[in-house]
Design a protein around this ligand. Sequence first.
Ligand code: ATP
Length: 298
Amino acid sequence: MSDTTAAPVIDIANLSYAYGRKDAVHDLSLSVAPGRCYGLFGRNGAGKTTTMRCLLNLLRPRGGRVRMFGLDPAQHEVEVKRRIAFVPDAVAFYPWMTVRETLDYVASFRSRWNRDTERDLLKRFRLDESQKTGALSRGQRTQVALIAAICPEPELLLLDEPTSGLDPIVRREFIETVIGAYQDADPANRTIFVSTHLIAEFEGLIDEFTIMDEGRAVLSLEADRARERYQRIRARFAGPAPELALAGALRVRRHERELDVLASSDTARLLDEIRGSSPESCSTESLSLEEVFVAALQ
Ligand code: ATP
């Protein structure tokens, strides 16, 4: 269980960043409580990586501020980095080092390193410790980076598109087993901030999310609230589906005898309106987070 009233692990207030004149992040605010798995969702170019880079003090915000554990990462870089691990979307290691040497090298900078976790993950990913990292595939390099991120048991794991180079089996393994196990070991103190557009893969892990579009937050919600709020109504009629006003619906599709309606508010009123036309059947279901993402960006 996480304590959402505790001081946030990440606190972003009115963050803005531009590359030259090009706005990449604009007036973004969000906060992540300890123990949460927080998703930063957005299409390509939405501003996710730029936001991560501002958190990591790789970019200086043009406006607003970021705090990690209540600290300014620009002023307390070592203190902040000691408590986090980051897996970037493109991973690079010294190519002449083997997997073993790479992990030992990374471990030498860390005050903690869980050798059992390391052994377990090397086995799960079927990595050969004696292989040079320069000879690894992109997905295998990501696997080594994930091991290097999880073994120090950081308080905060920052993941930028962590599964993009991984095959489907390793992806599922990674998300369900590796990430789950990382958080389960100390749920109140292990926080994940993950940027992805592969939302379906994280559906079961995400507690809360922000959807970004063109550098701005379009929607920030708890995952359960999103599933409660975003509903699909399906109705089937004896004859052709009637043309109803259905004001406030996000999307209405009529196909022969079927009516398919997406709603994010006023679902009860829309249901009444549909039922007023005496459908043969009528049901509602929650949207998945991926469907919420698509609906929010329509
Ligand atoms: P993706 O999912 O494709 O990785 P993203 O959401 O991480 O995308 P960013 O990489 O943060 O998006 O990019 C946000 C915007 O900033 C994009 O329009 C991108 O073209 C622009 N941008 C990113 N890096 C640079 C750069 N080094 N110089 C100029 N513009 C950049």
